[in-house]
Design a binder for this molecule. Sequence first.
Ligand code: HPA
Length: 281
Amino acid sequence: MADQTEPGSLYSRAEHAARIIRARTNLRPRIALVLGSGLGDFGDEFQDAVAIPYEEIPGFPVSTVEGHAGRLVIGKIENVPVLAMQGRVHFYEGYALEEVTFPIRTFKLLDIKTLVLTNAAGGVDVQLSQGALMLISDHLNLMGVNPLRGPNDGRFGPRFPDMSAVYSQELQHQAIEEARAMGLELRRGVYAGLSGPSYETPAEIRLLRGLGADAVGMSTVPEAIVARHMGLEVLGISCITNMAAGLGNEPINHQEVVETGKQVRETFAALLRRLVVRLAV
Ligand code: HPA
């Protein structure tokens, strides 16, 4: 077992990454956004922004998937400092969950307090139409692994962290209010995180429905677990890019997922903008 106090420990690697990021900007955001498929260019709207390619941040994994840009953008929205990941890496790309969640560890050491996770997801609840946004009320970790497996560093959090309220009630409430002010309905639902990369079979979707899932995807859950381990407040929003397998008439393909993400982008961006301003108060 690795000694967590040694120079190569996860904590010291995250400290190193945080130092590199701090040196690139005077902004000190308290809110971080992870922008999923098709949503990455929201970060291009930030004012006074610096964009740091993940390659330039030691320890940051580099995404291999189309639709995921792979840069960290730090800037301002209506004068509120904000940090965004334009693209993330996924377990299915072959990265260990410790690598997938390394940026989240770094955010904690940058003194980020609130993490907004976004993703593209398949709709398992038939009430969720293509293009709808779903507020994540809870999740099912069905990846078969947990990002906290391995030695625990108490500076990050406890060995056995509570997961009874991963997604902040208060943030959910604020998100619903902001959506309502835009005339947007934001349903709450349970997100099932699977490893992918194959999409599900119709039988698996029926199983997930039986387990209480409303949406299904291949991200978010590891990041949310790690964020809660460290005491960050988490909000999750899914863009329902397609009906899950067996519920629509068409086969599912990544192009459609990215396309729907882009169509919803304006609405999603407007909601995120409002949320950032609201959460800063
Ligand atoms: N399944 C899993 N992940 C997804 C889907 C889906 O249908 N759509 C977008 N991401």
